[in-house]
Design a protein around this ligand. Sequence first.
Ligand code: PRP
Ligand code: URA
Length: 212
Amino acid sequence: MERYENVFIFDHPLIKHKISILRDKKTGMKEFRELIEEITTIMTYESMRDVELVPVEVETPLETTIQYRIAEDSIAIVPILRAGLGMVNGVHRVFPNAKVGHIGMYRDEETLEPHEYYCKLPEGIENKTVFLIDPMLATGGSACDALNALKKRGCKKIKLMSVIAAPQGVKAVAEAHPDVPVYVSTLDRGLNEHGYILPGLGDAGDRLYGTK
Ligand code: PRP
Ligand code: URA
């Protein structure tokens, strides 16, 4: 796959270990959900490296010092429904006060075209750093449309975080949204004729919520 400056693929042993369990079809719903959260938390550390800090004065027991904090209310999380919901707690674990917006998208199973069916975002989102989250980046259609929806509503600083991506999805997002950093924990081989990632992990929404 071509290299894109805005795409960051994690190559961390801990993530590899957890992804190997996540992929296993014998892994049950509870463990699957926990692993998605844990992987998201690890990814959040890395993807927050360039988040803006503001100086604050802190009194330690010994003296006053200037320290740095993430500006209050400067971060929002937007999961793409349904499967993105499984990642929310993983971000909240390290950033519990982040407000959450929701974008509902489903892929037409025949055409693989994404359709937006819901969008509710926190007030003032246009001034926040937005973490758009979805565990699967397959054709990239859902992520591209969700990014368009956020940009249409004024969001200027968006990061996309996905657990597993296919090269087709990475290319689609990187080329349509070169301004958006894309964080992917693992890059898979490709897609099958139904748009599923190979080797992948199957249908993330179904595995998170036990719907199949
Ligand atoms: C899955 C996944 C992504 C999308 C990825 O959602 O969670 O949103 O497919 O595919 P794409 O990159 O080809 O657009 P799905 O449409 O299955 O809905 P669900 O989360 O409600 O199961
Ligand atoms: N959506 C999923 O849940 N899994 C895939 O492999 C592709 C899209």
